[in-house]
Structures are given as C-alpha cells and as structure tokens.
Write a protein that binds this ligand. Sequence first.
Ligand SMILES: *[C@@H]1O[C@H](CO)[C@@H](O)[C@H](O)[C@H]1NC(C)=O
Ligand SMILES: *[C@@H]1O[C@H](CO)[C@@H](O)[C@H](O)[C@H]1NC(C)=O
Ligand SMILES: *[C@@H]1O[C@H](CO)[C@@H](O)[C@H](O)[C@H]1NC(C)=O
Length: 252
Amino acid sequence: MSRPAVCVIISLLIILDHSDGIQTDMGPCAEMVMQAAERLVTLGKERANKTADDELKRQMESACEILDLSSSDLYIASQRVTASASKENKSRVITASKNVLQGTMKVLLVSDDYEVRRILAAAHTVSEAVGLLSHVDNMTDLLSRFKSFTDTTSILTSLANKRQKDLCQDRQREKIITALNLLKKSIPSISVALQSCIKYPSNAQAHVSKSYVINQVLSAVRDIVEAIENKFTEEDYLDVEEPGYFVSKIDQ
Ligand SMILES: *[C@@H]1O[C@H](CO)[C@@H](O)[C@H](O)[C@H]1NC(C)=O
Ligand SMILES: *[C@@H]1O[C@H](CO)[C@@H](O)[C@H](O)[C@H]1NC(C)=O
Ligand SMILES: *[C@@H]1O[C@H](CO)[C@@H](O)[C@H](O)[C@H]1NC(C)=O
C-alpha cells in the first residue's frame, strides 16, 4: 500500500541520517517525514475503517498509532537539535528516525500479512470445494458444486496473481505462475472427468482420471500456499545485502 509515501519517508530518513553537522536541513526534512507519515497513517486508518477483518482493523490501528507518535517525536527531536546540536539531542533524532522507520514498516507488514491471510483462506476454500466435488454422483450436485469450485478458484487466481506481481523473488513468482496455469488447465479436465464418472460409474479408467485431475488441482493449490507462506528464505536475506534492494522493493 502507498509505496510512494513509504519511499518518501525512507529517503528522508536516509538524508536525516547523513545530515550530521548540517542541522539547518533537519527541520524541513523532519517536517516532510511527518507529512509523508501522516499520509500513510491516513491511508492505514481508512483501510482499518473499511475492512470487515477484525484482525486487520486492530493491527492497523495500532501500527498507525505507533507511526503517528514516532513521527511527532521525530519532529520535536529535530527542532531540539536545531536549537542545540548536542550529542544527546542528536542521538534523540537518530532514535526517533529509527522509530519512524519501524512504524512505517509495521504499517506495511500489517497490510502484507492481511494479503497473505486472504490468499491462504482462498486456497483453503478451493481445497474444500475440490473435496466436495470428488464425492458427487449425480449431475445436479455436479453443477452446483462445480460452480462453487470455479467461483472460489477465480478468487484465488486473482489474489495470487496480484501477489505474484508484487513479489521480488523470481523463484516464488514462477512457482505461483506455474501453479496458477496448472489450476486453470485443470478446470475443463475436472469437469470432463467428473461427468465421465457419473455417466460410467463402473468404469475404472474414469475414476483413475478423476483422481488424477483432482490431485493435480490439490497439488497446484499446495504449491501456491507454499510459495505464499515461504516469505523469507536464505536467498531473500542474501538479496537484501544488495545495495538499493530495499528501496527498489518498495518502489515497485
Ligand atoms: C469510518 O468512515 C465513516 C465514513 O466512511 C465515518 O463516518 C466514520 O467516522 C469512520 N470511523 C472511523 C473510526 O474513522
Ligand atoms: C537539547 O535541545 C534543547 C533545545 O530544544 C535544549 O534546551 C537542551 O538543553 C538540549 N539538550 C542538550 C543536552 O544539549
Ligand atoms: C444427488 O446426490 C446427493 C448426494 O450426494 C443427493 O442428496 C441428491 O438427492 C442427489 N440428487 C439427485 C437428483 O439424484
């Protein structure tokens, strides 16, 4: 959410961090941090207000409060250091900057956790719908359960696809894209396989095909869940060491 606002905060914090001895620059810079933080807080509060998800609401309100307080602290600290650039007053600015950064990250992480939870819940719903499909033995049931399967799958597909675009890890993205393609391809096959099973209930081959395609769907859903849950791997930590990684990640 609101990556530009976050970028402004982080760039300004970097400037503040390097403005040792140029205290005259601190006031305007801290004021801009405050304004950017306020924008992020406003967006976060709107999000908390609109959502029906109690956990998102609670966590977002708390994260916004932390960010709000820390950005006011930073502003006060920067005014103090402008008046008297003692070691103690400088170190307050540094502490306050770190708190603003933490508050900013907290708001982002709350938003991120929520996206992840939504995808995991959608994946669970798809698995349940597939489970129900595997037990149908008449056309009426097949039609209604197939519809709920395709409806839930389309929700999962759109959430996972959006997520995939936000990810920086190519390996994770590829895993999601591959699984989504498999899921898409399975939809007509699952319909054909189920219809054959209903028409020819004693045909062993029809049941083999049905199990095969159902397992394919379940495995695709598992791959999506794995890729979404597996947020940080060793590779991610290595990448973080690359200069500019952090800002480029946020700036996407
Ligand atoms: C939430 O938004 C509505 C209008 O959209 C507003 O009336 C209400 O006061 C807001 N609540 C909070 C807690 O901000
Ligand atoms: C910090 O700055 C304030 C000015 O706002 C000043 O009154 C105070 O004495 C300073 N503290 C130190 C330790 O220099
Ligand atoms: C279809 O099967 C379900 C049980 O799976 C049963 O409750 C329902 O009555 C059946 N419908 C028809 C039209 O046979």
